[in-house]
Design a protein around this ligand. Sequence first.
Ligand SMILES: [Zn+2]
Length: 154
Amino acid sequence: MSDNPRPTLSIPLKYCTFEVWKAQRTVATVFPSGHTCAGTRADTEQNRTEAESQGYTGPGETIVWRSLVEHELLHNLLAEVVYDRPSRVMETESGKAFHPSWLRYYEEAQVLAAQYEINTGRDAGLPDEFPWMLESRWKREIVPVLALLWEKVE
Ligand SMILES: [Zn+2]
């Protein structure tokens, strides 16, 4: 790292900035308050299997990285696009605010299902009470963003 390291990509969102640090294989959600949630994921057999279960295909190292980048970004994007609020998971993990585990699991399920649906084009089978699944707005807005992002950090 240089003395003044900068992220490979920095995406200003409504409630946070999403950073991708390609060389470090790290992503970060940075709130205006400075609270930060950094994420990394080791290239292990289990993490490759997890990425494949989300519909990612390709070399193991690539799909583990891509599933991490898109997972962390989707936490922020879905919260903003669908609910117009910050990600409850990111707020909790950064220490900015606390949200109970059941609300965080709800968000996790939505993010993982979104990854599966984007990658496979198939319904993830979440119950109908997940209202965003009934809409296509999130796909129209988010899928092109993911494609653009991946071009820059692959
Ligand atoms: Zn998550």
